[in-house]
Every structure is written in structure tokens, then in C-alpha cells.
Design a binder for this molecule. Structure first.
Ligand code: IPT
Length: 948
């Protein structure tokens, strides 16, 4: 066999079920190994600094690059990714990996951004996504999910048979980015080791050869297995820590209610891996994500993460979430989240960087600088400081010491750190922590933290920082007396020739610069400043070594060209840019920047900011009443007849037939029911019961007369004691509405909100039904014939989770191509029931600029109705008091035509006659730069006449 043929066979074998995409088999592979200290690639120790990112929550593939570049720019070297089975599989045996689901492209983008990937294909992922990643159709597959039951086994092996080959061809071992493979998710109760083992055996059979990990949460006492030994054991068990809980509403006072947040060592022969370290929160109490960002803000991020690093000794960690994104369509698991999955993360749902991002960057750059030493440390005796806690680790090979100094109290503490022969002033704010480095290169000890330390153009450049106004002292070792020049600010220096100690004393304030030359080391430029000033620096690697940039809102990448450095950077405003480079010229986003050399040996130039943006007012709304299904004469003859008498759900139907919508293949969003019976005239009321998940409801009509609505039932377990499941509703029959002997029709519209998760691995939550679970006509024994209707043909681009079964959704009213010219102008009020509103607007956003746009509803969400929002047919929001506090809905570029015509459609589902407010467009962020974003292609009209 010729080599090319062998390669071809190999490629085909790796590609599995005929999947598209370029395998990276041509790239040289690398060896991945690990010991108790760290992971290693080709024998070189790697500190894995990951942030969690869910591609399925950002349905615009060009923007994946934006987020991944932002993570990389904060110093992350890895991204952790769940792969959501439900997102790819609308039906058994049907899988889609194209368009917004092109995970091969995602993995290529991660590689281009220079990030490793921790691949987490479940099959169970939790993640507040519908079914915890389980497709709705899995409810019809026999056998307990997350066990080795045959039905479930066949189903998940099919999923893995599709996703694993894609992941496998992007492994580090084949020259790609995938460094770790995570099986299952917090599989800690009701465990089945044979299943856990099979997931791994299956992965190996599919070519996964990187180390396998899993994530356990959060309290070791509750684990039935640590997966450290025996059947089902993984190589590198990881631990999830959420020390701040999810009580965003009490952000101002909460401090570590869920423990110290120190990741436990699970295996002695594997590194400590913080698989999910809290970096935000789900908004379980509807406090809004800004409150969640505060709950997990800069103070938390400093204190807990630094503690974890030194006390826990983690050398691999992933922050959940780095960027949360959007639960567009019916992606949300209904109990814990609504449309926005912003998560209070460091990067907002609108892709903007926050103060927390700055803190990640400070820590990330530090870890990048010291990774060589920090990846092999043991606990060590710590220097002491009265009134403060200290803990240390040291590298036995190079002697570097890492000292955690923290202040658990709420008041600032000023003390003296006794560090060997040095007595150094140190001040910590309340609930503050520092990781100080000693014995590292020429740094003997310091009470400033290191941001970065690079060698650029033959000199060392280091940035050190502390909180504004606090004292700092740094001792540097020199074989002989160096020349010290204070270029800027106030710094005193003293050289102790006996020990070769150069001591610098200063206050962390407006930046100081010190140039140290001679003395037996390369020249060193030290920049000393505040934490905020430190965050204004960016670093990037080029083939000619690193560059350091002060200024700009984001440095995306740098490329060395002969004599020059080319930067890709975003600016939020016009302002200075200072570049530390061996090159003599700078371009930014392809344009030459006029610059002059500075006394610090850098180049100083000026960059323009973004152009102003004018967004159009949203006017010209047209409206149309919907819900013909409520009318007695509506033709439902082609609807599915509900005739089942059994189901796999542990929930027993209250009445027969079984009306659970999943049983009839309707897994997503709104479902209509019509029950026909012959009236007797003795009917008194209609007793219904529906389970929708939290935030759902149902509306009821009898012979076309609206009877009212009720809240749907929620999770049937102790998670929601205040909301006993299911969701009963009794509706009186108006006198005279039903005529004896005449046909009557009961019409019910149920808002199913997505599927529960299955974190207890017992089927109880996950297999909870959706839709009607009981229906009785009180006062009558007449038989009722039930039919139901849900989502029409699946939209190939937008997927199975985009639409439910509203009449308008089925008829294409949500789509840009729908001819609404005959619709009258929308009024400001709507009756109870369903009404659609539509308008269109043109955008002509500045090119070469990233404008993040959102739709903003005025005031607090309404109680009388909910609104489902579609931008160009993509369902991007659900708004209403019953749903959550959200009033701003991000419209991601790519779905939003930045240069062209856009269509907005809103389905208003009113439980009571209501005055409706329409939204306006608002700018969330504006940056010159950004990444090019193309329109995401999708059909503008329904594929076929789906309405029946
Ligand atoms: C953790 C899950 O692993 C993750 O999928 C997500 O659900 C997260 O919770 C909350 O957003 S573990 C949980 C028990 C804290």
C-alpha cells in the first residue's frame, strides 16, 4: 500500500461516520503525559488555565473566534467545552454538525487562537441546558439514563460514535488542540461503574488517546465513587468548586457559604485538577446577572482562586463560565435559567470585557510567567506576617517560592512580611489575597505581585503591581552593584553588597518605572503600579518573541515581520498605545501607527477609537391575532391522536389517555391540544393539569371562549418545595356555552419550557413529562378524543430547538420572508391569547468595527403576557415576569445583519388583555477592530407548507 493510500484509509477510519471537515492528521502529533504535579506535552510541564465556553450558546461561528481570542488575551491557554447532544440530535440516529453546529470548525478556531481544549461530550452535561444535554427523544428510550441499561447504551454510543471521531482528529496527539477528554458530569450518585467504564472504552475505540478526566462536585462526602480506582476510574479526576453558591440576590454579603473552595487531590499519581471553578453563577433567584457578577466579582476572584492555587496546588483548572452566552431557542433547562446565560462571567453575554476579566488577566499573565516553576511544587514553610494568613509552595528543582498572603477579615491589614532575612511592608485590603513570588530568576522577594516578566529586545521587562496606595518592596539579587535609574515615579533603592540584594521601596500608585543595568544581569525595566494600571498591559507571543502593549481595549494577536510588529487590537476610545517590541515599527489592524521611541525603550503612538453608531428606531409594527386552534371549527384532522395508555415516565398520568407531549414526538416549546367531546349540558368545570417546567403556563379555550390560564407544574422533587408539581388549573364552564348533544372542543395551549436535567441520575427529573398530564370535564362522563400538535418540520439551519408549535411558528410568521404586508398596524393592546407583531429595520454599521447590539424592552417585565422574540427567524429571547428579570436581549452579529435588512417578529402570549410595549435597539459595546463576521445563512421562508 502506498503511503498516501494508508493515510487515506487512516483519515477515513478517523473520520468515523463520513463526517465532513479537514482532519489534522498532517500536523505533527505531540505526546501527552502527566504525573502528580502537572500535565506535560512532549515532556514539558503545562499549567492548564482554561475557561468554559459553550459554542451552542453563541450561534454565530465567526464570533467563536472573538470569544476565544478574548480568552487567550486574558492569559488562558485552554478552553473547556461541553458538547450538547440535544443540540445536535433532533431525532434518534439524526445528527447535525453543520452551520452553527460545526464543532469541527470550533476546534479549528480554538487551535488558531492558540488554545488547548478540554472536550466534554457528556453524554450527560448538566450545564442548565435542556435535558442536561439529553435530547427530548431520549425520554422515549427505555432504560435508566446514565446507566448501563441497553436502550440508553445504544443511544449514547450512537452520539459518541458521531462526536468522538471529530474530537479525536483534533487531539494534541494528532497536532490539534484537544488535551483532555472529560467523561460524564458530576456522576456522583446512583452511579453505575460499568457505564462509566464503557464511556471510556468507547472513547478509546473511537481513537481518543489523550488523558481521560471527569468532574466531581462539590462535596467529597457525597461521592459514591471518586473514580480514582476500580471499574470506571479515570486518569485525572477533576473537582468542581462553587464556593460562593448561586445566591446572587445577596451578593453584597455572601462569602464562601459552600466551603473554602480548595480543590481536593483525588489521585496521588495525577495533578490536582479544578475541573469547574466558579467564575459566575446561575441566576436562580432572578436577581439579574449583574448581581451574579458581583457575587463572583474581583474580590472573590482574587481570594478564592489564589487560595486554590497555593492551598490546593491545582495545576490545571477551568473557570465556569469564561463567557456564558445565550439560551436561544428552547435551549434552557427551565428551572435554573432563562434566555440569558450571561452567568455574571468575566466576558458578558454582549461580549464585553469587565473588571473581572482584568483580574483573570492579572492572574493569567502571572501564571504564564511562572508556569515553568509553578507546575512542580510541594507545600513549603511560609514566611509570616502578623494579622495575615500565609501559605507557601516551593519548586524543589529551582527553589522558586510562591507565597499566598491573605486577609480573611473585612478590614484592611498592614503588616510586615518576614521572608527569610527580608522584612517587607505588606498591606492587604479586606478579603484580599496575593500570591508573591521569591527565589525566581533575580527576584529574591517582593510584596508586589508579578503581572508579567518577558525578555524583549535583549532586556527583561517586568510589570509588578499592588492595590492603589499600598506599600511595595522588591528585592532583586545581583552579583555586583547595578546602575539604577528611576525613569518615572518615586522609588528608593539600596544595594546590600554583602548579600547582593538590591532593595526597591515604593508605593503602588501612578506607575513608576525603574531601569536596572549592569550588575551581572541583562538590563531590567521594572514597571511598578496599581492593579488597574497592570490591567492596561497586554502581552502576545510572536515568532520573534513576546510583545508587550500598554493601552487599547484588547490585544488579539501579534505577528512579527522584519523590523516591525503587526498587532490586531480593539479600541474603545481614541488614546495612546505603547509597544514594547524588538521591532522598530508598529501596525495595528493593518495600518501603520506613527510612533516615537520613549526613554523606556518602547514605541509610543496614538490610535483612533470607534466611529459613532446610529441605530434606527423600531417603528412600523404590524400585528396579527393568532391561535385559530382555539376556534371550534379549526381543522385538526391531521394532528396526532393521543391514544397512549402507558409511558416510560415515572410520573403517572392523572387521567388517560397519556397526553405527555414527548410521547407524541413534540419535545420543544409550545404544544396545542384539542379535546373533542359531545356536550351534555351538565358540565360544571374543566380540571386540567400540565407540567411545563418552571416559568411555563397554559391557556384554555372552550368552544372558542377563553376560560383562563394557569402556571405549569415544575420539577417534581424537593428542589422546588414551594412549587408543588404538577400544575393544576380548574376553569368554570360558562352557563350556556355548551349545548346538550352538540360537539364541543376544549383547546389548550401549553408553554413547555424545556426539559429538566438529570443530575441525580435517577430519571425522576429528566423523564418528568411536559404538556398536559391530566384533563377532566367535571360533571360529564362523555369520552374525549384528544389530538395534539407541536413543532413543524425542523428548520435545517436554526435546528430543532428554535421553534415550538405556535400556529405562527408553523406558518413562518417568525421568518424574514413572511409576507406581512396585509397585516394592519399593531395596536398597543392585545387580547388574551396569541398575537404576533412584526417589523423590519435596516442597519449600516461601520465596517472594521465591532458593534454589539441588543434589543431593550422598557420597564420591568410584564405580568400579563410573555413575548417570544425572533430576529430573522432565530428565537433570541423570552420576555415576561413569569420568565425572569431580563429586559435586554443580545442580538449576535451574524444573526443580526450588520449591513442590510433585519426582521423582528414577536409572538405575544397573553393570559389577560394587556398593553404591550415594543422594544428598541441599543448599543451594548462599540470597538474599532473586532473580527470579521459574516451573516449566518438560514432560510427566509418555511421549507414546505407545514400548517395543518
Ligand atoms: C455544575 C455543573 O457541572 C455544570 O454543568 C453547571 O450546571 C454548574 O453546576 C452550574 O452552573 S455543578 C453544580 C452542582 C454546582
Amino acid at each position: 500500500m502506498k503511503l498516501s493510500r494508508i493515510l487515506l484509509v487512516l483519515v477515513l477510519a478517523l473520520a468515523g461516520g463520513g463526517l465532513a471537515g479537514a482532519p489534522s492528521v498532517a500536523a505533527p502529533g505531540h505526546r501527552v503525559s502527566y504525573d502528580k504535579h502537572s500535565l506535560m506535552v512532549d515532556g514539558r510541564r503545562v499549567l492548564v488555565q482554561a475557561a468554559e465556553f459553550h459554542y451552542f450558546r453563541l450561534p454565530s461561528p465567526d464570533l467563536w473566534r472573538d470569544i476565544l481570542e478574548k480568552e487567550k488575551a486574558a492569559g488562558f491557554n485552554a478552553v473547556s467545552v461541553y458538547f450538547d447532544w440535544a443540540y445536535h440530535s433532533p431525532a434518534p440516529g439524526v445528527y447535525d454538525f453543520t452551520g452553527v453546529r460545526d464543532v469541527d470548525r470550533l476546534l479549528r478556531t480554538a487551535e488558531q487562537a492558540g488554545l488547548y481544549v478540554i472536550a466534554r461530550p457528556g453524554p450527560y452535561i448538566n450545564a442548565e441546558t435542556t435535558g442536561g444535554g439529553f435530547p427530548g427523544w431520549l425520554k422515549l428510550v427505555p432504560g435508566r439514563a446514565r446507566s448501563s441499561a441497553p436502550g440508553y447504551t445504544a443511544a449514547y454510543r450512537d452520539w459518541l460514535g458521531h462526536i468522538n471521531p471529530i474530537i479525536a482528529r483534533h487531539q494534541v496527539t494528532r497536532g490539534g488542540p484537544v488535551l483532555l477528554y472529560n467523561v460524564e458530569n458530576e456522576y456522583a450518585v446512583n452511579t453505575d461503574p460499568a457505564y462509566m467504564q464503557d464511556l471510556q472504552d468507547t472513547a478509546r475505540a473511537h481513537g481518543i488517546d489523550v488523558p481521560i478526566t471527569t468532574n466531581l462536585c462539590c462535596d467529597a462526602a457525597s461521592w459514591t465513587s471518586t473514580w480514582a480506582s476500580g471499574p470506571g476510574a479515570v486518569q485525572i479526576p477533576g473537582v468542581d468548586d462553587y464556593p460562593q453558591s448561586f445566591d446572587c440576590g445577596n451578593a453584597a454579603t455572601v462569602w464562601g457559604p459552600w466551603g473554602a473552595g480548595i480543590t481536593e487531590r483525588v489521585r496521588d499519581d495525577a495533578p490536582v485538577f479544578a475541573a469547574e471553578y466558579q467564575a459566575g453563577a446561575i441566576d436562580v433567584n432572578n436577581a439579574g446577572y449583574e448581581a451574579c457578577r458581583e457575587l463572583t466579582g474581583v474580590a472573590y476572584t482574587r481570594y478564592f482562586q489564589k487560595s486554590n492555587l497555593i492551598a490546593g496546588g491545582a495545576t490545571a483548572f477551568s473557570y465556569y463560565m469564561g463567557f456564558g452566552g445565550t439560551n436561544w431557542g428552547w435551549l434552557a433547562q427551565p428551572n435554573d435559567t432563562y434566555t440569558s446565560y450571561d452567568y455574571g462571567a468575566a466576558i458578558t453575554e454582549g461580549r464585553q470585557l469587565t473588571a473581572k476579566y482584568d483580574e483573570y488577566k492579572r492572574q493569567g499573565y502571572f501564571l504564564h510567567a511562572v508556569a515553568g516553576s509553578l507546575t512542580r511544587t510541594d507545600p513549603a514553610p511560609a514566611p509570616t506576617a502578623a494579622g495575615l494568613e500565609t501559605l507557601a509552595r516551593a519548586n524543589p528543582d529551582d527553589g522558586t517560592q510562591f507565597v499566598l498572603v491573605r486577609n480573611p477579615g473585612t478590614a484592611a491589614v498592614s503588616s510586615t512580611l518576614q521572608w527569610g532575612r527580608y522584612a517587607l511592608p505588606v498591606t492587604l485590603l479586606g478579603r484580599d489575597a496575593k500570591v508573591l513570588t521569591g527565589g525566581y530568576r533575580q527576584f529574591a522577594a517582593s510584596t508586589s505581585e508579578i503581572l508579567t516578566h518577558e525578555t524583549i529586545g535583549g532586556r527583561d521587562i517586568a510589570v509588578l503591581y499592588g492595590n492603589e496606595g499600598t506599600p511595595g518592596a522588591t528585592v532583586l539579587r545581583y552579583p555586583s552593584r547595578p546602575r539604577v535609574t528611576v525613569l518615572d515615579g518615586r522609588v528608593t533603592s539600596a544595594f546590600d553588597a554583602t548579600h547582593g540584594d538590591l532593595r526597591l521601596d515604593y508605593t503602588h500608585t501612578g506607575p513608576a518605572r525603574v531601569l536596572i543595568e549592569g550588575g551581572g544581569h541583562r538590563p531590567l525595566l521594572l514597571m511598578l503600579g496599581t492593579a488597574e494600571a497592570a490591567a492596561s498591559f497586554w502581552r502576545a507571543d510572536t515568532s520573534a518573541g513576546p510583545v508587550l502593549v500598554r493601552g487599547t481595549a484588547l490585544l488579539r494577536s501579534a505577528t512579527a515581520t522584519p523590523g516591525s510588529v503587526a498587532l490586531r487590537a480593539d479600541t474603545a476610545a481614541a488614546g495612546p498605545v505603547e509597544v514594547f517590541t524588538a521591532g522598530r515599527a508598529v501596525t495595528v489592524n493593518g495600518e501603520r501607527v506613527a510612533s516615537r521611541p520613549t526613554p523606556s525603550g518602547s514605541l509610543l503612538g496614538h490610535l483612533p477609537g470607534p466611529r459613532p453608531v446610529a441605530l434606527p428606531a423600531l417603528t412600523g409594527w404590524r400585528g396579527h391575532a393568532e391561535a385559530p386552534e382555539a376556534a371550534p371549527g379549526f381543522d385538526d384532522s391531521r394532528w396526532t391522536v393521543a391514544a397512549k395508555t402507558t409511558s416510560l415516565s415515572p410520573f403517572a398520568p392523572i387521567t388517560l389517555p397519556v397526553l405527555f407531549s414527548d410521547e407524541y414526538g413534540f419535545h420543544t416549546g409550545s404544544v396545542w391540544y384539542r379535546g373533542r367531546f359531545t356536550a351534555t349540558g351538565a358540565e360544571t368545570s374543566v380540571s386540567l393539569n400540565a407540567i411545563t417546567g418552571r416559568r411555563g403556563n397554559y391557556l384554555v379555550w372552550l368552544n372558542g371562549r377563553y376560560l383562563g390560564s394557569a402556571a405549569g407544574g415544575v420539577q417534581a422533587d424537593s428542589d422546588a418545595p414551594a412549587n408543588p408539581a404538577p400544575g393544576p388549573g380548574t376553569f368554570g364552564v360558562p352557563p350556556g356555552l355548551l349545548e346538550p348533544g352538540k360537539p364541543a372542543v376544549l383547546s389548550v395551549l401549553v408553554q413547555n419550557m424545556g426539559h429538566n436535567d438529570d443530575w441525580t441520575a435517577d430519571d425522576n427529573r429528566f423523564r418528568q413529562p411536559r404538556g398536559l398530564v391530566g384533563a377532566r370535564i367535571d360533571g360529564s362522563a362523555a369520552p374525549v378524543t384528544w389530538r395534539l400538535q407541536g413543532t413543524a418540520a425542523i428548520d435545517p439551519a436554526r435546528g430543532a430547538l428554535n421553534n415550538g408549535g405556535l400556529y405562527g411558528e408553523r406558518a413562518g410568521w417568525s421568518l424574514p420572508g413572511y409576507a406581512d404586508r396585509g397585516w394592519p398596524p399593531a395596536g398597543s393592546t392585545v387580547p388574551a391569547g396569541v398575537t404576533w407583531l412584526r417589523t423590519a429595520f435596516r442597519l449600516d454599521l461601520p465596517h472594521g468595527q465591532d458593534t454589539s447590539v441588543a434589543l431593550r424592552f422598557p420597564g420591568t417585565p410584564p405580568a400579563g403576557y410573555r413575548a417570544i422574540v425572533y430576529l430573522n427567524g432565530w428565537q433570541l429571547g423570552q420576555y415576561g415576569a413569569a420568565i425572569g428579570p431580563q429586559t435586554d436581549f443580545v442580538l449576535p452579529a451574524g444573526l443580526l445583519r450588520q449591513d442590510g435588512r433585519n426582521t423582528l417578529a414577536i409572538a405575544v402570549i397573553a393570559t389577560t388583555p394587556s398593553t404591550v410595549t415594543t422594544p428598541s435597539l441599543t448599543v451594548v459595546g462599540r470597538h474599532r477592530g473586532g473580527v470579521p463576521v459574516r451573516d449566518v445563512p438560514a432560510a427566509v421562508s418555511p421549507l414546505r407548507a407545514a400548517v395543518t
